[in-house]
Unconditional design. Structure first.
Length: 128
């Protein structure tokens, strides 16, 4: 799986760091939406054209918004896998909450001028 994220978003970068600390050396890879891989995914999967936050690419397509976040939590495992209980909430409600946070993320969590570089230990996990 590849997690695409907004590389200049403080919340999105925090999410990626959170995943990395729980998936040390794992197969999950990361790329920014602003980079080559993110742009190629947006061209290949038209539904992604308007998505500007977390996208999880998998062998059968892509998970976006709340579903993408829940699937990453399932992947991380442990107690976080229990968050899939949120699937009981209809997707349109989960995504409405997700969209509200996404609209306010720069104001609440900040925005970088450029995508932060991963540490040398993490670089192999990032594509593009």
């Amino acid at each position: 799986m590849i997690v695409l994220y907004d590389g200049v978003c403080g919340l999105c970068n925090g999410f990626v760091q959170w995943v990395l600390t729980r998936d040390e050396g794992g197969p999950l890879r990361f790329a920014t939406l602003q980079g080559e891989i993110g742009e190629a995914a947006r061209r290949a999967i038209p539904e992604l054209a308007t998505i500007d936050s977390i996208v999880v690419l998998h062998k059968d397509g892509a998970w976006v918004k709340s579903t993408g976040a829940l699937e990453v939590a399932r992947y991380v495992g442990g107690g976080w896998a229990l968050s899939v209980a949120a699937y009981i909430v209809p997707r349109f409600i989960r995504d409405a909450v997700y969209d509200f946070v996404a609209r306010n993320r720069y104001g609440w969590f900040g925005k970088y001028d450029a995508c932060p570089l991963p540490s040398p230990e993490q670089r192999e996990r990032f594509l593009g």
